[in-house]
Design a protein around this ligand. Structure first.
Ligand SMILES: NC(=O)c1ccc[n+]([C@@H]2O[C@H](COP(=O)([O-])OP(=O)(O)OC[C@H]3O[C@@H](n4cnc5c(N)ncnc54)[C@H](OP(=O)(O)O)[C@@H]3O)[C@@H](O)[C@H]2O)c1
Length: 337
């Protein structure tokens, strides 16, 4: 099969490194351009784990240079920074998979929770990159907004039950993430001394991923759900475990609903026992478990925040955008033990 040349911008970050690792082994995508904010360093100097694996220089990002050597770009950049490059790249006819929040939300929601939008034109055409729900849109776009990690784990667990929920009841989402979810930049919260042997909630009910979850539930089900989202940090490097609590309108078999909903989905596993973060670590799987007590339902969802929550989802989306099978180059083998 003819190779497709791709670029990674933000290759010095955590999701950028994961993209490098996936794309090095991808049978169709060929890495031709790797960049960060400064350049002037090689991949193996930046990521010693890739010494003797990928011999390339990291460039200071330049959209025109990128467009001259790649047909598709992965932007593993902070929000705001991303949209300035995406805009330029799309004008140069480069397909874009953006890992930031810049194209995930409606304009009003984005500007309320982030900052003024600088690429309103392309925002209208972006597809939301949750392939289980938006496959056709992803296949037919030049710009994919990769979902946030918390929304990915939450939406996959919650959406099958939204039509069965009691109207106007609160949905509680208790979401725990490994520390790599915060990116490589250190803060007081993420120092070893603060997080080691410790765990705590942050931004309860105020996290920016809550409006993303709410907006997608509304878009896909027409239900204005009462989302109460509380994220916590776990003293682990990668992994995400989300607990969702809902009330059903009438008693029905929650496990049967979940199994039926995902019976044809390759990367969602409905499990008979409570899920854990180890079994999805290193993979694109989302593992789901459900338990009920009459009309009260507990849904547990596990993903690898750096892969299903970011980089493997980005490659699945790029596969679909390029007319490939979604599973090409995507790992199903977990980092266990
Ligand atoms: N971490 C996760 O689990 C996760 C999950 C889902 C989505 N995301 C999203 O994915 C994006 C990347 O996340 P991350 O965790 O990989 O972040 P990160 O570890 O902080 O890395 C950020 C990357 O962006 C580069 N960068 C920053 N400003 C730049 C500029 N002006 N020009 C070029 N490169 C620039 C940095 O390069 P330098 O080294 O030169 O600064 C670095 O490579 C973020 O939008 C994040 O919200 C992350």
């Amino acid at each position: 099969m003819k190779k497709i040349d791709v670029a990674i911008v933000g290759a010095s970050g955590y999701t950028g490194l994961e993209l490098l690792k996936i794309l090095i082994n991808h049978p169709v995508f060929n890495i031709t351009y790797v960049a960060n904010s400064t350049g002037g360093i090689s991949v193996s100097e930046l990521h010693p784990s890739l010494d003797s694996v990928l011999d390339m220089d990291i460039k200071k990002v330049d959209a025109k240079e990128l467009a001259s050597v790649a047909q598709l770009a992965f932007l593993a950049l902070p929000h705001k920074t991303s949209m300035s490059f995406a805009k330029e790249l799309l004008a140069l006819d480069v397909k874009v998979v953006d890992l930031s929040a810049d194209y995930r939300l409606k304009l009003e929601t984005y500007e309320e929770y982030y900052c003024p939008h600088e690429d309103k034109e392309n925002l209208k055409f972006a597809a939301y990159g949750l392939a289980e729900f938006y496959e056709d849109q992803i296949k037919n776009t030049k710009l994919v907004a990769n979902p946030g990690c918390y929304p990915t784990a939450t939406l996959l667990g919650l959406l099958p039950f939204v039509p069965y929920m009691k109207k106007d009841t609160n949905i509680f989402i208790d979401a725990k993430s490994g520390l790599s979810g915060a990116g490589k930049k250190l803060s007081d919260t993420t120092t070893f001394v603060n997080i080691s042997e410790n765990t705590f909630a942050y931004n309860p009910f105020k996290h920016r991923h809550a409006p993303e979850i709410k907006e997608k539930v509304l878009e896909l089900t027409d239900i204005d759900a009462k989302i109460n989202f509380v994220p916590s940090l776990l003293p682990v490097i990668r992994g995400m475990l989300v607990s969702i609590y809902i009330t059903l309108d009438e008693v029905c078999d929650a496990k049967q609903i979940l199994k039926e909903f995902y019976k044809d989905d390759e990367f969602v596993r409905v499990k008979d026992n409570p899920v854990n973060i180890k079994d999805t670590s290193g993979t694109h799987f989302c593992d789901l478990y459900v338990e009920q007590n009459g009309d009260a339902v507990f849904i547990s969802s596990s993903i690898d925040n750096l892969l299903r929550g970011a980089s493997s989802a980005a490659v699945v989306n790029a596969n679909l955008m390029c007319g490939l099978e979604q599973s090409i180059g995507i790992s199903k083998i977990a980092y266990v033990p």
